[in-house]
Design a protein around this ligand. Structure first.
Ligand code: SF4
Length: 263
């Protein structure tokens, strides 16, 4: 099977920096067709992507990983987005309930090593159940989030999922996002208005003070050692990996070699 590397995507990423999120979403649908999905944790940026997908009538599913210890507000946001935006939200779950996991392994999220194991079992492994079903996976990472995301590419290879990640909001700054939310009255997880800058499991997420970094509320009990869960390969050092394996036809479509719809 032909390989597609992160380096291969560099020229396209340069061109795509000039494109709007909607143009990028349309491109993704044209290239990946029925093998395109989005991944959302039902945070603010994910809501914006879901709203855009609905407006553009992409008819692509949205994957949501329910770790079993999400906030009730997050699950309500998922249900509202599915109903109001007419999206097919597919919920993926870990094999073990949190109770079963704790009985087997102890309370993992209380240590740095255990946190990684817990995130692997409750976030990454459920997503990997969808491996092979999709060649393109839309995310909602933004460079304005800072940290490891400050140079997040629009397109990246995802070796564990063997697909291409598309982050159409990579260039969307905070002002643009707030303006879009206000203009379209986007459904937003209410926890964002209660001091939660980012939102994950209820065991490991706290609000942040106005002068704290946005991700200070994640794994606060572990100190500064754990900031990312690893479900997004570009958050992990070396996570962009060497390559993914895709059909030559799809690689040609990504680069607009066969069809005339390259943007
Ligand atoms: S965020 Fe915490 S509870 Fe959730 S999967 Fe990661 S370590 Fe486990």
């Amino acid at each position: 099977m032909p390989k597609l590397t992160q380096a291969d995507l560099a020229p396209l990423n340069q061109t795509f920096d000039e494109r709007t999120p909607q143009e990028l979403l349309r491109w993704a649908k044209q290239v990946f067709g029925d093998r395109l999905a989005a991944l959302s944790a039902m945070q603010m940026a994910g809501s914006v992507v879901c709203h855009m997908m609905s407006q553009l009538q992409l008819n692509s599913p949205v994957l949501f990983v329910d770790t079993g210890v999400n906030f009730a507000e997050t699950l309500e946001t998922r249900d509202r987005i599915a109903a109001d935006y007419g999206l097919n939200v597919i919920t993926l779950q870990p094999d073990l309930t949190m109770t079963e996991q704790t009985e087997k392994y102890g309370v993992l999220y209380l240590t740095v090593e255990g946190q990684q194991q817990c995130c692997d079992m409750r976030k990454t492994a459920p997503l990997l159940k969808a491996r092979g079903q999709f060649d393109g996976l839309i995310g909602s990472l933004r460079r304005a989030e800072g940290g490891k995301r400050d140079r997040c590419p629009i397109l990246s290879v995802d070796p564990p999922m063997n697909c291409v990640r598309i982050n159409p909001l990579a260039n969307f700054d905070n002002e643009q996002m707030q303006a879009y939310i206000a203009e379209h009255n986007v459904i937003v997880n209410p926890l964002h208005y209660q001091g939660f800058a980012t939102i994950s499991c209820n065991r490991c997420t706290t609000p942040v003070l106005p002068n704290e970094p946005k991700r200070a509320g994640r794994w606060r009990h572990l100190g500064p050692w754990s900031v990312y869960c690893g479900i997004n390969p570009t958050d992990v050092d070396g996570g962009t990996g060497p390559s993914v394996e895709l059909s030559q036809d799809l690689i040609d479509r990504i680069f607009g070699r066969v069809t005339d719809f390259a943007i």
